[in-house]
Every structure is written in structure tokens, then in C-alpha cells.
Design a binder for this molecule. Structure first.
Ligand code: GLY
Length: 285
């Protein structure tokens, strides 16, 4: 426990046994990249973007370069980033032709009067972002990370900086065999992720069902009402399972650096780094 803190997951699902170590390795690298930003005095939002950029770029997780394709064989991406300290978010849905939607989501949050763009017009906003120099590309649709790094399912993280500000992200290619235009929970505030000044949470799993119970808003509400993030995650997943019978996972953290996670899936590679980096925890579920 302690600040700063990052908790990262690489997606809950029926991971093949030989894929689990690869997933965990990439989640750990993403957590280290995000934690480095926090150690260097970056904000929770900066760290959440860098961590998620890594997972989108690694090609081994269901986001960005590694995202599943839709039934047309196209990567149609959903992503969100939330600044808990201002209760603001940026989201993109069903965007194509780019590989790092988390940076576009942050641009929408910080530089537009809106919060959520979809489809071809989301890509037009991306082109505006590049033209304005908000982020630089290293290749078509690939954003240059502010720090160098080597380069399942939905990915996401919750970060808490040394001032106790919280950010959360989610990014995904969506579920297998999705119809073109289908959008899941990942860009939906309170479903795929949620953060405020008390706590943050991000979810993974079957989006149609996560949206029915607003899983991450529920987990954060439990923390606001006195549960630890671990108990809140377990309570949230219990309710989700009872109401939907579906599969998901959630990770959460509060402003004091307490954290938790829960899943009913076979695996959800999860890494937590906090304090002075002596505490690196890895969990398979
Ligand atoms: N949780 C990702 C999705 O359902 O799209």
C-alpha cells in the first residue's frame, strides 16, 4: 500500500494456458511504464495514458494493435480515459484506422467541448489532434509515447498519483465476432470505467452485461460507502454474477492507495505497483 499507485489488468476471460504468461508479462511492462510516469511526478492522468498506450501498442492484448477484428475483419476500437479529480472523461467508440484510441480519448477530454465521439467522425477528431500537434505519430495511427518502452481481453488501469488524484482507463477491440458498429461497455462512463475524487475502477468482460449493472460506478459507490476497494470489487462482481450470470472482472483503487480486484473468469492478469516500487504484485485472477 502507499502512493503513488497503479493497478493494471490485461483482460478477464478464458485465456489459453500458454497465453497467460505473455499477458502477465505485458501487463507488468505496462504497469512499470505508467508507474515510471508517477515516480517522475506525472499526474494520474499522464500515467494512465502511458500505461494504456503500452497495452494498445504491445500487440498481445485485446486493444489497439492486438485488438480483435469485427465480422468485417476490421479493428473497430472503443476506449475511455477519466480524470477523477474533475469527474470528466473522454471516450471514443467504433473508431477505425487508429491504434491508440486512449490518446484520442484524452484529447477529447482536454481539448474539446464534448466527451464522446464515434466512428468516422472520431477519426476526424484524431486527424485534428495530430494536425494540432497534441500528439505525434510514429506510424499511421500509432501515437509516440512520452516515454520509451519496448514494445485476453479489454485492458485498463486505475492510477493514483502522489497527491491522491485518481484516473482510470479502458481500451478494447470488443468481444469476438462482434457485428460492425457494436459498442461495448469500455467507453461508457460508469460501466467500463469510473473514477471520482474518492476511488476509481475499471472493468473487463462481456460489455452488454457490464452496462446493465454499471459495474464500475457500483464498485466506486461501495468504496464511498465505506467498503475497501477489495471488498467493493467482490461485492460488485457478486451482484453482477447474480443479475447477469455473465463473465467479467474489475480492479479498483482509492485515493489512499488501497486497492482490490475480483473476477469470475478463468484468468485476469493483474499487476499492482505502489509506494517506492518495492511492492510489485502479480495476480492471475
Ligand atoms: N468489455 C469489452 C466489450 O464488451 O466490448
Amino acid at each position: 500500500m502507499g502512493l503513488p499507485l497503479i493497478i493494471v489488468h490485461g483482460g478477464a476471460g478464458a485465456w489459453k494456458d500458454d497465453r497467460i504468461p505473455i499477458g502477465l508479462e505485458n501487463v507488468e511492462k505496462a504497469a512499470i511504464a505508467g508507474f515510471q510516469v508517477l515516480e517522475e511526478g506525472g499526474s494520474a492522468l499522464d500515467a494512465a495514458e502511458v500505461c494504456t498506450l503500452f497495452m494498445e501498442s504491445c500487440g498481445n492484448l485485446n486493444a489497439g494493435a492486438g485488438a480483435r477484428s469485427n465480422l468485417d475483419g476490421v479493428k473497430e476500437l472503443d476506449a475511455m480515459i477519466i480524470d477523477g479529480s474533475s469527474l470528466t472523461f473522454g471516450s471514443v467508440a467504433a473508431v477505425t484506422g487508429i491504434l491508440n484510441p486512449v490518446s484520442l480519448a484524452r484529447y477529447i477530454l482536454e481539448k474539446t467541448d464534448y466527451a464522446f465521439f464515434a466512428g468516422d467522425n472520431a477519426r476526424r477528431v484524431y486527424e485534428q489532434m495530430i494536425a494540432e500537434g497534441y500528439r505525434e505519430e510514429t506510424g499511421d495511427g500509432i501515437i509516440r509515447s512520452p516515454i520509451d518502452f519496448e514494445t485476453g481481453d479489454t485492458v485498463g488501469c486505475v492510477t493514483v498519483d502522489s497527491e491522491g488524484r485518481i484516473a482510470a482507463t479502458s481500451s478494447t477491440g470488443g468481444i469476438s465476432n462482434k457485428m460492425p458498429g457494436r459498442v461495448g461497455d469500455s467507453p461508457v462512463m460508469g460501466a467500463g470505467a469510473f473514477a471520482n475524487e474518492v476511488a476509481g475502477a475499471t472493468a473487463t468482460g462481456w460489455g452488454e452485461h457490464i452496462m446493465r449493472v454499471l459495474l464500475t460506478r457500483m464498485v466506486v459507490l461501495h468504496v464511498e460507502q465505506g467498503s475497501s476497494p477489495m471488498t467493493a470489487s467482490e461485492e460488485g462482481m457478486k451482484f453482477f454474477q447474480e443479475k447477469t450470470g455473465s463473465e467479467a472482472g474489475v480492479v479498483a483503487a482509492d485515493k489512499n492507495g488501497n486497492y482490490g480486484w475480483s473476477t469470475n473468469a478463468k484468468a485476469m492478469p493483474t499487476v499492482v505497483i505502489s509506494g517506492d516500487r518495492t511492492n510489485i504484485e502479480k495476480h492471475l485472477r
